[in-house]
Design a protein around this ligand. Structure first.
Ligand SMILES: Cc1cc2nc3c(=O)[nH]c(=O)nc-3n(C[C@H](O)[C@H](O)[C@H](O)COP(=O)(O)O)c2cc1C
Length: 453
C-alpha cells in the first residue's frame, strides 16, 4: 500500500458539531445525539471523501456545570453510547475506520477487549479503541467513587489495562478455528492461549471469548498530551489525537512522543499523530468569516460566560458586570494563571469587554481553528504536515452536516490536487488506511502454523 507523502484524516464527530452553538444552527439536527439517520449520513459522507476514520469521543457522565448554562448546551449531555453506535454504522459502511472512546478508569479490560474485538469482526477490520483515562470528576460519581483517580495513578492503571487488553486479543491464533464438521473438531487446543495475568490492578485469566480479529488487534488510539500519557502512548498507541495550538507546539510534541517509542522497540512510523483541527471553510475567506460570525451570533451569553469561567479554572464570574472590563484580580488557582494572562493580554490589547472575551474563548474552546478559503485551509494543513508537525489531522467540523460538507466539497479536492490526500482507499482495514502493520500474535513463533503477517 502506498501511503507515503499523504496525510491521514479523521472525522471527529460531536453530535451537532464542535462549535458550542452548533445545535442552534438552522440546518442542525437538534436531536443529533440520538438520531441514527444523521450519523449514517455524515459517516457515509466521510467515507465517500475517503477519510481514514470517524472518531467518537465519550464521557461516562452528564458533565457538571451551572444549570442555567448546562440547560442551554448540547455537548456531552445525552447521546448514543459510541461503541453501540459504531456497531450499527459498521453495517451501513464498508471502508471507513470506526474509532470509539472507552475509559480505562471506569471499565474492566475484559469488557473493552471483547467489545472492540467484536467491532473489528463486525466491520471487517475497521475498529479502533481510543484509550482515555477520563478527566471529569462527575464520571467518578457514577462508578462507586467520591473522587477521580489521581493523574499518575490513572495512567498506571491505564498501562496495565492496555497490557491486559492486548494480551487478551492474542488469546487465539489466527488459524485456531478449524470448524471441521467431518472430523468433529471446532478449534485446535494448541492454538488457544490463556493470559493468566495477575498485576497491581487486574487479575484476568482469559482467554477472550472472541477469535483473533481481522486486524490482528484493533488499532489503539490515545488522546491527550501529558508526560504520563506520553509514557503509556510510547508503548501502546498507534494513533494520537492531540490539541497543539501552534506549529511549534505540534513539532515539539511530535518529536517528544516519537522519540520515546524506541524504548519499547517501536519504529516512529508505527504511530500516526493527528492533531484536532476545526476548519471553518467558505468558497472565499469572506464567506468563511460570515459562517464563523453566524455561528458566533448563536452563542448564548450565559454559555459563553460559563466557558470562560471553566477556561480560567472554575472561577465564579457571575458577580462581575458582563459588559465591563475583565476584572484584574480574580481569585484563581496557579493552574489557570497562564491562561488568565493570555486572556487578559488579549482583552487589553483590543480593549474588549468580558462579554467579547467570553464569546471569543467560547468560539475557539482551546483548539486549533483555521478559517478561510479552501486554499488557505489546505496551506495550513500542508505546512504542519510537511514540517514535522503531524501525520494528518482529526477534522472537527464546527457544525453538522454543513461544516463537514464544506470540508468535503472544498478542501478535500484541493488536498487531492496537491497530492497530499488519497483519491481512493488503498486497502480495506483501518490499519491499511493508516499504513500500520498487522501485529503478529505474541505466540506466533511458538504456535505451529500461525499466519503471522
Ligand atoms: C482530541 C482529543 C480527544 C479527547 N477525547 C476524550 C474523550 O473522548 N473522553 C475523555 O474522557 N477524554 C478525552 N480527551 C482527554 C484526554 O484523554 C486527556 O484526559 C486530556 O487531554 C488531559 O490530558 P492528559 O491526560 O494527558 O493530562 C481527549 C483529548 C483530546 C486532545
Amino acid at each position: 500500500m502506498s501511503t507515503k507523502g499523504q496525510m491521514r484524516l479523521g472525522a471527529f464527530f460531536n453530535p451537532t458539531g464542535h462549535h458550542v452553538a452548533s445545535w442552534r444552527h438552522p440546518d442542525a439536527q437538534a436531536d443529533a445525539g440520538i438520531n441514527f439517520k444523521h450519523y449514517v449520513e455524515i459517516t457515509q459522507t466521510a467515507e465517500r471523501a475517503k477519510f481514514d476514520l470517524v472518531f467518537l469521543a465519550d464521557n461516562v457522565c452528564v458533565r457538571d456545570a451551572r444549570m442555567e448554562a448546562l440547560s442551554r448546551s448540547a455537548q456531552y449531555i445525552a447521546n448514543f453510547e459510541p461503541l453501540t453506535l459504531l456497531a450499527a454504522l459498521s453495517a451501513v459502511t464498508s471502508r471507513i475506520g470506526l474509532v470509539a472512546t472507552a475509559s480505562t478508569s471506569y471499565n474492566e479490560p475484559f469488557h473493552v477487549a471483547r467489545k472492540f474485538a467484536s467491532l473489528d469482526h463486525l466491520s471487517g477490520g475497521r475498529a479502533g479503541w481510543n484509550l482515555v483515562t477520563s478527566g471529569m470528576a462527575a464520571e467518578a460519581y457514577n462508578f462507586n467513587r467520591d473522587a477521580h483517580y489521581e493523574h499518575g495513578e490513572r495512567y498506571e492503571r491505564a498501562r496495565e489495562f492496555a497490557q491486559v487488553v492486548v494480551g487478551l486479543w492474542d488469546s487465539w491464533d489466527d488459524d485456531a478455528f478449524q470448524r471441521d464438521k467431518t472430523a468433529g473438531i471446532f478449534f485446535d487446543p494448541d492454538k488457544l492461549h490463556r493470559l493468566d495475568h495477575k498485576g497491581e490492578n487486574f487479575s484476568v485469566r482469559g482467554p477472550l471469548n472472541v477469535p483473533r480479529t481481522p486486524q490482528g488487534r484493533p488499532v489503539i488510539v490515545q488522546a491527550g498530551g501529558s508526560d504520563d500519557m506520553i509514557a503509556v502512548a510510547a508503548e501502546f498507541a498507534e494513533v494520537i489525537f492531540c490539541a497543539p495550538l501552534t506549529l511549534e507546539q505540534a513539532q515539539t510534541f511530535y518529536r517528544k512522543i516519537k522519540g520515546r517509542m524506541a524504548e519499547h522497540g517501536r519504529p516512529p512510523d508505527a504511530m500516526k499523530i493527528m492533531p484536532g483541527l476545526s476548519a471553518i471553510v467558505g468558497r472565499t475567506a469572506a464567506e468563511a468569516n460570515e459562517k464563523y460570525e453566524h455561528l458566533q451570533s448563536l452563542i448564548h451569553p450565559v454559555v459563553a460566560r460559563e466557558i470562560l469561567s471553566t477556561v480560567l479554572g472554575g472561577v465564579d464570574l457571575t458577580p462581575y458586570p458582563f459588559d465591563g472590563p475583565l476584572p484584574e484580580n480574580l481569585p484563581m488557582s496557579n493552574a489557570s494563571r497562564s491562561t488568565f494572562d493570555n486572556v487578559r493580554d488579549m482583552a487589553r490589547k483590543e480593549n474588549l469587554t468580558m462579554r467579547q472575551v467570553a464569546m471569543r474563548v467560547a468560539g475557539a474552546r482551546a483548539k486549533s481553528v483555521v478559517r478561510g478559503s479552501p486554499q488557505q485551509v489546505a496551506d495550513h494543513m500542508e505546512e504542519w504536515f510537511r514540517n514535522g508537525g503531524c501525520d494528518g489531522f482529526n477534522i472537527m467540523p464546527p457544525h453538522l452536516p454543513g461544516g463537514l460538507d464544506d470540508f468535503v466539497t472544498l478542501v478535500i479536492p484541493e488536498l487531492q490536487r496537491r497530492g497530499v490526500f488519497r483519491t481512493e482507499y488503498e486497502g480495506c482495514t483501518l490499519r491499511e488506511h493508516l499504513g500500520l502493520a498487522r501485529p503478529p500474535s505474541r505466540y506466533a513463533k511458538s504456535a505451529t502454523s500461525v499466519a503471522a503477517e
